[in-house]
Design a protein around this ligand. Sequence first.
Ligand code: GLV
Ligand code: MN
Ligand code: MN
Length: 414
Amino acid sequence: MAQGEASAAVSEARQWGRLMEMASFGAIPGDGVNRACLTPLDRAARRRLIGWAQAAGASISIDDAANLWLRRDGTDPTAAPVLTGSHMDTQPNGGRFDGMYGVIAGLEALSALADAGTVCRRPIEVVAWTNEEGGRFAPGCMGSMSWAGLHPLSAWADVTDPDGVRFAGALAEHLADEADLPRRPLGSKPHAYVEAHIEQGPRLEAEGVDIGVVTGIQGSRWFTVTLSGETAHAGTTPLALRRDAVQDMVRAIGALNALMHDPKDVLRFTVGRILVEPNTSNSVPSKASFTVDFRHPDPAVLLARGDAIPGVVQAAVRDAGVAVHENFHVLPLQFDPAVVGAVEAAAAAEGVSALRLPSGAFHDAQFVAAVCPTGMIFVPCRNGVSHNPAEYATPAHLAAGTRVLTHTLVELAT
Ligand code: GLV
Ligand code: MN
Ligand code: MN
């Protein structure tokens, strides 16, 4: 099989044009994108993807989690497919490349294979996973987790978005709108999975390297902490008589910062979302809730400090009632050496510089790895910036990543 012919057919201009067109669905000031999962914007972007995939000869299907599948058949209909893909949803104040690059790179690989007339033994499938970001419905990676059989979809039915819309309702509405697409069962057994993504960190750019050969992903835990006090008049209620949920939130976050202190700066601890009730300047807050995003590459640290969170919050608050809910828990993961090796060999064959590195961000690949040998390809992004409208990767780096992806897919599918 001539991997080089297909990868040489990768078109930098076509891929960049498609990425820019996708960025128009949910464009926000500063070149950013706000395209939450299962919204009309997400649906419109998916429909555009379907049109391009059909033009490249791919067949389309959708599963019960609304993961969208694009398939190029191989010569052996009994062979397990080689899978690639990523996600199309963005952060509320997100960029043009996080997620969408991996989906468009997969599509570009299919287009290049079609243009080169390359038919592999194994089918090649591109998947757009539902709700990777977790920005609208928490946690993220619902599509890949449920596909991998790690979590039943029904367990997230009552998760609501900030407007009170239930996940089950949004999913059902989306699937009803897409009823013309053939439905496939949730779950399958691919031969291997390779996901392309922007690095979202500064290393590749700083070291002047074209391709990141991703060795694994650190672990992540998400919590929601809810503090319940009592509302009262801000002008009249003595401090000693208050049960002020925000003051207790400040104490709790201070204590968590101490728990998460790491002089080596390996640990990642973020309070990213705060909700306050009644949220008015002249009433004492009755309720404050905040999210914790905690990550570490060492499972022992992830488990010990994560498990300590409820007790540390309880000990820190003075007056409020405390509830701590964990809604995401994924341990650190090493990718399959054979897939890591295939990506590294493909980069060498394509003549681009490469560096092995771990991922600080989580990705759908972390869950697909439970089902089949998995790896990832990173490309540099400017200043390492991501989850930000300023996110940027050059057309040339994005094309190099897709050539390496195409080469790897053909190698694995032969
Ligand atoms: C993915 O978006 C992450 O937060 O790592
Ligand atoms: Mn992503
Ligand atoms: Mn992201």
